[in-house]
Design a protein around this ligand. Structure first.
Ligand SMILES: NC(=O)c1ccc[n+]([C@@H]2O[C@H](COP(=O)([O-])OP(=O)(O)OC[C@H]3O[C@@H](n4cnc5c(N)ncnc54)[C@H](O)[C@@H]3O)[C@@H](O)[C@H]2O)c1
Length: 376
């Protein structure tokens, strides 16, 4: 019998730039002409059916006019289409059109498109580069930055995917102007999450200025305020990601509100937006943090009040089976050995590090259920 040792050490530099601004199509075209994806000679512009009409045709035209060979691929909009089936369909279309390893993906849209497009790029031809061009507040705040890519399955959200870093991210704030107000509020949920977990100044700023971005039913989208939150969201996210890209511990904090939030998202059949589910999950975690003496009553009330001011839901909707909600939490990616784990705030702007240095703590299902019942 023989055996071989295969010495393969990896040295990887996955650094990339995030450009925040308005109307960035020309910058993207110029970057590609300047060799942003040097090995690519063909581009798959992937978008969804809403963004196609609003922006993709324009970008497609600009890329083509610049001599960059680009094909447009459109998936049906919405979370229910962030599936393995959609990925397969797009892959087949790309193969049929003759795409190979000398290509790159441009994911133009919100978090659904960047999650699916980034995952597809990571497996197509065993990996081709991709670029995120973000058109929603939620994806600017969270989804397009950080390199987590995935699809949903009937069992759970985002469990099938890859860590795959983009070549560059463009956050186009001008695109927020065409977002329905519900999607603005959804993005604000991730913004409040970032403030709660890492930035008490941002939290106070949001308390004072939220109306200049979105006051209840109306999105005001003040230019300076939008730029401020776009920048601050990136700052919080990449500060965490650069310390723990693969979520071995610290990156779990970005999951604040997501244990219950994601469980509710699948349980409700995606009838609530991602941000609305995160808002509900944020309230669940702060009730637990309050119960364990990690936040004061005032801090809990201020957090709930801020989410309310953003027009977000702050309780588990009536009619939801709390038992099923807890069962769904078992599919959360932080769960270990069948135990549901939560990350919890430590006051406003900091996260609790538990015994052994872990940022997540296992909690009994009965205990979680008691907290949920109290909330109702
Ligand atoms: N990878 C990560 O780290 C990460 C983090 C947070 C969230 N996510 C994922 O992000 C997704 C949510 O992102 P999202 O809220 O951007 O969802 P989305 O991509 O579904 O966009 C929301 C809606 O807005 C439409 N839209 C997009 N841009 C528009 C524009 N400029 N004007 C008008 N309509 C526009 C879309 O067609 C869609 O109907 C979820 O799938 C979530 O799991 C991923």
């Amino acid at each position: 019998m023989s055996s071989f040792h295969v010495p393969l050490k990896r040295t990887v530099d996955d650094s990339y730039d995030i450009q925040i601004g308005r109307n960035l199509f020309d910058d993207l075209v110029q970057d590609l002409l300047n060799g942003l994806t040097p090995k690519a000679s063909r581009y798959a512009l992937i978008t969804d059916s809403n963004v196609e009409k609003l922006y993709a045709k324009d970008l497609h035209q600009k890329l083509t006019e610049a001599g960059l060979k680009t094909d447009l691929f459109v998936m049906a909009a919405g979370e229910t289409n962030k599936t393995r089936e959609t990925k397969i369909s797009l892959e087949d279309q790309m193969l049929e059109a003759g795409f190979g390893r000398d290509s790159a993906v441009i994911a133009l849209g919100g978090g659904v498109v960047s999650d699916l497009g980034g995952f597809l790029a990571g497996t197509f031809g065993r990996g081709i580069p991709f670029i995120n061009y973000s058109t929603t507040l939620l994806s600017a705040a969270d989804a397009s930055v950080g390199g987590k890519t995935a699809v949903d399955t009937p069992h759970a959200t985002n469990l099938i995917g890859l860590f795959n870093q983009p070549a560059k991210v463009y956050l186009d704030i001008e695109c927020w102007k065409t977002l329905p107000v519900r999607e603005i509020r959804s993005g604000l949920a991730e913004t409040v999450k970032h403030a709660c977990l890492a930035d008490s100044e941002l939290f106070e700023w949001l308390e004072l200025n939220i109306n200049s971005i979105c006051s209840g039913e109306v999105a005001d989208l003040d230019d300076a305020a939008c730029e401020h939150i776009a920048y601050k969201n990136c700052e919080v996210k990449y500060t965490v990601v650069k310390k723990d890209e693969k979520e071995s511990n610290l990156r779990q904090v970005l999951n604040l509100g997501h244990t219950a939030g994601r469980a509710f998202e699948t349980l409700c059949g995606y009838t609530y937006t991602h941000g609305e589910c995160v808002a509900i999950g944020m309230v669940v975690q702060i009730e637990i943090a309050f119960d364990r003496g990690l936040v004061t009553e005032d801090e809990r009330n201020r957090t709930i009040a801020l989410l309310k001011k953003c027009g977000l839901p702050v309780s588990v909707p009536e009619g939801t089976s709390l038992e099923n909600l807890v069962i769904k939490m078992r599919t959360d990616k932080k769960a270990r050995s069948g135990k549901i784990r939560f990350v919890l705030q430590d006051g406003i702007g900091a996260m609790k590090s538990f015994e052994g240095g872990s940022y997540s703590i296992p909690l009994d299902e009965e205990y979680i259920l008691t907290i949920l019942k109290k909330m109702m």
